[in-house]
Design a protein around this ligand. Structure first.
Ligand code: AMP
Ligand code: ZN
Length: 493
């Protein structure tokens, strides 16, 4: 039976600024579009966090039995954003003495490698902006025909004021009125071509130094950034689809413009649920390529960055990200990662123990109720920190059953195991480093666990001398035992 039929999900919709009950357009099917990276440099950890949040959401929908078409694009067309005088791909091509398409290829490959290292599921479709120039030109023609765009000196702009005068709702997503929009518009090249400063480019005539260019009815030029996502999302998911996601910084102008363009072309609201992830910060500032306040995923795996005390595995980084809700700001630091590493190890050590647990005639723990709490957390706008708190409740059960303070029947043990495995591996996408690549660490934890058991026996036999000897000699080796109410755990210093 499809689990989605028994699990009502609440999703925070940026459009209504509230949690709404999620109802897909076609029962059992979900159309999901997420804005992909601009491939002019390596993705930083902030980008990874956003893509990881949607990977988790995609994974959960799949687990519930939904058929999901997940479209995540590659922005490779070299358009200008409001802050730039020159497109970033061209600038990088000049700097690295490469063709723009070599830059695109290089950083697309880098992006895919990172996704693989961090255990992402691939999207169903990964379209590129340059592969959809024809569709973008067609959409511009439609907006011109509908009277909501105009040509000026070989460029084409969206007529924001006319769109709103004719019943449009520019500002609906970002909750900005025209004065707010105006005060955020910088006096840039091209302003003189526009009827009003609020208008945004659908097509730009290429200046002589602009390398990425295509012929069009208006000029040899390139499409506006916002247009590619309108065209690619609706091409693959339909004029009206379920979920559109991206980082919060894309809400305005990118997503605001997408709504206006879609309505101007198709006369329908494109997206039912807008989902926005919050930012990863470093030293309290948004992680960003352009300011250099960033850390690369590869640097975390190698430890090769001054901001890191040591290297960390991809799963520890995933666990760190999942410990925060996707709509909360998360501040990166080496210390925070170290804390996550300890939590992750505790979780995995317990998971490794499940197979060894003994069953009894009756259960003293209500596993069914606990499992429901795990689902409830995810159904409440994908609340991974609450889910993780419940998984640690599962860790407590495992340790208490191991210590024989609690009992469990075989069917409950099977349920405990599948629930832990489902959420840890399938939904959160964590990998068990102790069993996978890290055989050494696994052996070490096996040996320490064995010594913990020997110490427990010694204490049961009131052999305090042996018990203390095991503890002290492990400590001399840098392995500290901690006796808690859930049993004994250890940390390696
Ligand atoms: P870009 O390649 O700059 O278009 O960014 C790709 C995705 O990463 C977008 O959804 C951005 O909103 C998101 N993003 C950029 N910076 C951060 C950050 N510091 N934290 C989280 N997400 C970010
Ligand atoms: Zn986009």
């Amino acid at each position: 039976m499809e689990l989605y039929k028994t699990n009502q999900i609440k999703v925070y919709n940026s459009l209504s600024k509230s949690k709404e009950i999620f109802k897909p357009i076609h029962e059992g099917n979900i159309g999901l579009y997420v804005c992909g990276p601009t491939v002019y440099s390596n993705v930083h950890l902030g980008n990874v966090r956003t893509f990881m949040s949607f990977d988790m959401i995609y994974r959960y929908f799949l687990h519930l039995g939904y058929k999901v078409r997940y479209v995540r694009n590659i922005t490779d067309a070299g358009h200008l954003t409001d802050d730039d005088a020159e497109d970033k791909i061209s600038t990088k091509a000049r700097l690295e003495k490469l063709e723009p398409m070599e830059i695109v290829q290089k950083y697309t490959v880098d992006f895919h490698e990172i996704l693989q290292e961090f255990n992402f599921l691939p999207p169903s479709i990964e379209p590129t902006a340059t592969g959809h120039i024809v569709e973008q030109i067609e959409a511009i023609k439609q907006m011109l025909a509908n009277g909501l765009a105009y040509e000026s000196n070989g460029s084409v702009y969206f007529d924001v004021l006319k769109y709103n005068a004719e019943g449009g709702d520019y500002g609906i997503l970002s909750k900005r009125n025209m004065e707010d929009v105006l005060s955020n518009t910088r006096q840039l090249d091209g302003q003189s071509e526009k009827k009003n400063p609020q208008d945004f480019a659908l097509w730009k005539k290429a200046s002589p130094e602009h390398i990425m260019r295509w012929p069009s009815p208006w000029s040899v030029g390139f499409p506006g950034w916002h247009l590619e996502c309108t065209v690619m999302s609706t091409k693959y998911l339909g004029d009206n689809f379920d979920i559109h996601g991206g980082g919060m910084d894309l809400k305005f102008p990118h997503h605001e413009c997408e709504i206006a363009q879609s309505k101007a072309c198709n006369h329908t609201n494109p997206v039912n649920y807008w989902m926005h992830t919050n930012m990863l910060t470093l030293n309290g500032q948004k992680m960003s390529k352009s300011t250099g306040n960033s850390i690369l995923p590869g640097e975390i795996l190698s430890g090769d960055n001054d901001k890191l005390n040591k290297p960390f595995s991809a799963s520890v980084v995933r666990f760190f990200c999942m410990q925060a809700h996707y709509r909360s700001i998360l501040d990166f630091s080496s210390d925070a990662l170290e804390a996550s590493e300890k939590g992750y190890q505790k979780l995995m050590t317990a998971v490794d123990e499940i197979e060894n647990l003994k069953t009894s005639e009756s259960s003293s723990i209500n596993i069914e109720a606990w499992k429901q709490q795990c689902y409830d957390a995810m159904n409440d706008d994908f609340n991974t920190p609450i889910l993780i708190a419940h998984l640690f409740e599962g860790v407590k059960f495992i340790n208490q059953i191991k210590e024989e303070n609690e009992t469990i029947i075989a069917t409950d043990l099977a349920l405990l195991k599948t629930t832990m495995y489902t959420f840890i591996y399938k939904v959160l996408g964590l990998e068990n480093n102790s069993t996978a690549e890290n055989g050494g660490e696994n052996k070490l934890s096996g040996v320490v666990e064995m010594l913990i058991k020997m110490r427990r026996n010694a204490r049961d036999n009131k052999d305090w001398a042996l018990s203390d000897k095991i503890r002290d000699e492990l400590l001399a080796l840098g392995i500290q035992l901690k006796d808690g109410k859930d049993g004994t755990t250890f940390s390696v210093n």
